[in-house]
Design a protein around this ligand. Sequence first.
Ligand SMILES: Nc1nc2c(ncn2[C@@H]2O[C@H](COP(=O)(O)OP(=O)(O)OP(=O)(O)O)[C@@H](O)[C@H]2O)c(=O)[nH]1
Length: 360
Amino acid sequence: MANTIALTLVTGFLGAGKTTLINRLLRDPALSDTAVIVNEFGAVGIDHLLVEEASDGVVELSDGCLCCTVRGALVDTLLGLDERLSNDRAAKLRRVVIETTGLADPVPVLQALAAHPALAARFRLDGVVTLVDCMYGRATLEAHEEARHQVAVADRLLLTKTDLVDADALRGLKAYLAELAPGLEPLSVDEMDAAALIDCSALEIGSRAAPVLREASPYHDHHHDHDHDHDHEHGHSAAFDTILLTNDRPIVGSALENFLDLLRSQCGPHILRLKGIVELSGRPERPLVVQGVRQILHEPRYLAEWPDETRGVRLVIIGTGLDERYVRGVFAAFVGEAAVDTPDRTALQDNPLAIAGFRP
Ligand SMILES: Nc1nc2c(ncn2[C@@H]2O[C@H](COP(=O)(O)OP(=O)(O)OP(=O)(O)O)[C@@H](O)[C@H]2O)c(=O)[nH]1
């Protein structure tokens, strides 16, 4: 079975909409021959919980960022994919979609895939699909080299959140993207079926990635941080902090609202991404998914059911220059665990701004 499985790398900065696209892909009957590999960043895996069909066909690759520490794990996962899937899915397998973390530089991942003889014999790179968030795309691209690499090597550029910007902003972003990836016409992610969006077989594949691959040294000298709790600093353009906040009891809706509101007002410029699964005390049977990208909180939604046994509150905050002690102190206050030297919740809640949608 030589070289028959198409590989698609889905990339895009934090919060660009990768998981949303993956969920669309998984619902598309045209992709029943597809397996998805979801890469997690940081000490906690939330993404795989948000991938709705967390059953056969979805393989979680956790505890590291694909572009550095888990390249070996990716190779192993691809080579051992048959054992991870049902016989039926393995027999039908024609495509593998790899969702990278938002911070991943796709170049070393592509290098790892291209350089491995056993992989090269079984898989062919169909394309790199890069999602760009129309709200924050420009600022993100200007600030983060990884994001520019994601665009530079894209075979297909997909614009997300076009519904949140006006025509002028969209034109401006497209002009900027045309400088980074000349000749590549961005498509809106809503423009066609999910399967068609990721199918790059008609394009001249590899042509965009090739020069970047040639320029980059195959094993650039990373500072590897295998712990991955904080200081995700290994060749990325800046240090990224990840803070995991957990509490094993449900939280009151208004306390969650006020916590998030305070967090955004006090730490907003330092937050790149916030996501979590929350048990609200008024509605414990269904988990609330909280999503934030920079200062914007997206509409929270309830999942139909809990994806695993864990209850309570799980929130991940990824950012730069975050004051972890402050964030933990405020969280502890809102979940009722204030220590002596942390702020009092009543004082913190004295905040007139409320975020719609959190009350059950
Ligand atoms: N309005 C709007 N919201 C969107 C769109 N695409 C994604 N979102 C929302 O943006 C938030 C982040 O989307 P995700 O799909 O989780 O983004 P991601 O790229 O997987 O995020 P990371 O895994 O953190 O890198 C979610 O609340 C989505 O519902 C879009 O086209 N329009």
